[in-house]
Design a protein around this ligand. Structure first.
Ligand code: NDP
Length: 246
């Protein structure tokens, strides 16, 4: 039987690359989306056409009741959960902190931090119910280590919270054979930059990256799917930075 995983925000960008790679490696994948049902369904259809197993599940990770339903629905469709990738995330508008909208700051923390926490708790309950091992991979950002002045300081702080949460939770559940890690990508070519209000950001930041270019979503998916696998069986509380030398 295929191991079931849930990827939050799996319909587009980095999440979609994770879903594609995980399905190709034999996982049954639940693709979560909140708004863009079309992309999630197209991805599920393409994975199925390639012989993989995928389904789509709507749910807002920032809303705890939605998260409960999200995990219940995933298990009802794919069976006991083996892994979760907490990928859903938002940056808010790019800009100096003094100009940041307080509602947007709260939304960023609701999604990136509380969303990951709600999903981790729901995942732990699933693992406990089935009595099996489990893996959680949280998607952080290289910005957690560097801060992101004049661009996304509050977003960077939300990702630092995700990393500290990852470290503590990993130690809390390690004896139950549950691993918790994070991957911290550098700038990656997805729609997130256009959503943040600066579609030209990739070209602006590329020269500041030692490798001279942004990551592709597929390059970020590789360490994520590796961390899910048994090949990473001694990896927990690990923050894997995948950032082209930053
Ligand atoms: P995109 O903007 O391309 O996609 C974001 C995804 O998150 C979408 O699938 C979206 O769902 C989903 N999402 C947003 N809010 C919610 C929510 N409340 N509930 C459920 N799903 C939600 O982002 P990326 O692929 O670029 O980013 C993925 C992750 O990687 C994020 O956590 C981001 O912070 C992190 N990251 C990205 C970097 C980059 O340069 N791209 C760099 C470092 C980290 P829907 O499709 O329904 O709208």
């Amino acid at each position: 039987m295929k191991k079931a995983i849930l990827v939050t925000g799996g319909g587009r960008g980095i999440g979609a690359a994770i879903c594609r790679l995980a399905a190709a490696q034999g996982y049954a994948v639940a693709i979560n989306y909140v708004h863009d049902e079309g992309s999630a369904q197209k991805l599920a259809a393409s994975i199925s056409a390639d012989g993989g197993t995928a389904c789509t599940v709507r749910g807002d990770v920032a809303v705890e009741a939605d998260v409960e339903r999200l995990f219940e629905t995933t298990e009802s469709m794919l069976g006991p959960l083996y892994g979760v990738v907490n990928n859903a995330g938002i940056t808010g508008r790019i800009g100096a902190f003094i100009d940041a909208d307080p509602a947007s700051i709260e939304q960023i923390f609701q999604t990136n931090v509380f969303g990951a926490m709600h999903c981790c708790r729901a995942a732990l309950r699933c693992f406990q119910r089935s009595g099996t091992a489990g893996v959680i991979v949280n998607i952080s950002s290289i910005a957690a280590a560097t801060g992101s002045p004049n661009e996304y300081v509050h977003y960077a702080a939300s990702k630092a919270a995700v990393e500290t949460f990852t470290l503590g939770l990993a130690r809390e559940v390690a004896s139950r054979n549950i691993r918790v890690c994070a991957v911290a990508p550098g700038s990656t070519l997805t729609e997130i930059h256009a959503t943040a209000g600066e579609p030209g950001r990739p070209a602006r930041v590329a020269p500041k990256i030692p490798m001279g270019r942004l990551a592709t979503p597929e390059e970020i998916a590789e360490p994520v799917v590796w961390l899910l696998s048994d090949a990473a069986s001694y990896m927990t509380g690990s923050i894997v930075r995948c950032a082209g030398g930053l």
